[in-house]
Design a protein around this ligand. Structure first.
Ligand SMILES: [Fe+2]
Ligand SMILES: [Fe+2]
Length: 177
């Protein structure tokens, strides 16, 4: 683990965000490998198993919505208040596209809309490649720039407690450690 996060106490808002990122990154790897497998399949009838797996993995990603909500509603408002508005604005905009791609990937795994297998494969390939890239970059920016900036700019223990209470109210992901 990055030493910045290793040094944070267990249960710190930023440590939980980081730990959730690690699990999301794992899911992205699995989606990328699964896409490679799917691209080798020659017809829709032989794809049932892989499409089920894709549905499970895409659902894990849509289940990460409480993570984005905690960022947008608990952490980012305090950053904006304190003049660190740049990264939260960019991150919130990125959440919009990431959300759309996740839902598109989940949809194509269960609803083939009378498309041909080749068309479905192309959509899966484009959506998963773009999503993995976007979400990977997004997580790197939050881990390396946005969260350390928040830590520097918010020095009062009680403000972190307020943020944590807001997070608790919003709730956690099915996969939060
Ligand atoms: Fe985010
Ligand atoms: Fe995040």
């Amino acid at each position: 683990m990055d030493s910045f996060y290793a040094n944070l106490p267990e249960g710190h808002v930023l440590k939980t965000f980081y730990q959730e990122h690690e699990i999301i990154l794992q899911t992205l790897n699995e989606i990328s490998d699964l896409n490679t497998e799917i691209q080798k399949i020659s017809d829709l009838d032989s794809s049932e198993n892989e499409l089920n797996k894709l549905n499970v993995l895409a659902t894990q990603l849509t289940d990460s919505e409480p993570h984005h909500q905690r960022e947008e509603k608990a952490l980012f408002p305090v950053m904006i208040e304190r003049g660190m508005g740049g990264p939260p604005t960019v991150m919130t905009m990125e959440h919009v596209s990431i959300r759309e791609f996740k839902h598109n990937l989940k949809d194509i795994s269960i609803n083939n809309n009378n498309l041909s297998w080749n068309e479905i494969k192309t959509i899966i390939n484009n959506t998963s490649t773009r999503l993995c890239q976007m979400l990977y970059d997004h997580i790197q920016k939050e881990n390396q720039m946005c969260y350390p900036m928040a830590f520097q700019g918010i020095s009062e223990e009680h403000v972190w407690e307020d943020i944590k209470n807001k997070c608790d109210k919003i709730g956690y992901c099915s996969f939060t450690p």
